[in-house]
Design a protein around this ligand. Structure first.
Ligand SMILES: [Fe+2]
Ligand SMILES: [Fe+2]
Length: 185
């Protein structure tokens, strides 16, 4: 693993631990504050989805070369799906009486994803795969935490999780293309 990718992975691990801490704190609070915790989790998920939308769009517009064609189609499709996830989450925040926070200046602090700085196609796919893996872990933990407290939110997150799993498979599939790996080394 390159130094570049190591940094991305270790930063993502820190981000993931922060999300877990919040859920552990949330588990010991009373019922009256449960909606507040769900809203806080959804706020982080919303920020994550927006960051992922932007990262995939960046990858779509900047990936170059013959090998990039298949990847670009995936990047664009994922960007649209991450945007749809963001919209679903924002809608749910509103239904729960919250206000979706779309302030770009605090997205990175609030989200569980990084924007990234990949230049090569191989690095882009690695970043996306890593971000998807963290999203999957965090969504699984959120779904477990929410349990029966809020079935509507849980069902929404389960639908999103299913797509994140497909996204991770798509990125892993691209990495299996030996030509992209060879071009990276
Ligand atoms: Fe997503
Ligand atoms: Fe995704």
């Amino acid at each position: 693993m390159s130094t570049y990718n190591r940094h991305f992975v270790s930063d993502m691990q820190t981000i993931r631990e922060r999300a877990r801490d919040r859920m552990e704190q949330g588990a010991v609070i009373g019922d009256d504050q449960q909606t507040e915790t769900v809203l806080a989790l959804l706020d982080e998920a919303l920020a994550t989805e927006i960051i992922c939308t932007l990262r995939y769009k960046n990858h779509y517009f900047t990936a170059e070369g013959v090998l990039a064609e298949a990847a670009k189609a995936e990047f664009l499709e994922h960007a649209r799906e991450e945007q749809a996830h963001a919209d679903q989450i924002a809608e749910r925040i509103t239904q729960l009486g919250g206000t979706p926070d779309l302030d770009p200046s605090t997205l990175i602090q609030r989200g569980h994803a990084k924007y990234g700085s990949a230049e090569s196609l191989h690095e882009m796919i690695r970043e996306d795969l890593e971000a998807e893996r963290v999203a999957i872990q965090v969504y699984r933990e959120m779904i477990r935490y929410i349990g029966d407290k809020d079935p509507t939110t849980r069902r929404m997150l389960e639908g999103i999780l299913e797509q994140e799993e497909e996204h991770a498979d798509d990125m892993a599939g691209l990495l299996e293309d030996g030509r992209i790996e060879a071009a990276a080394s």
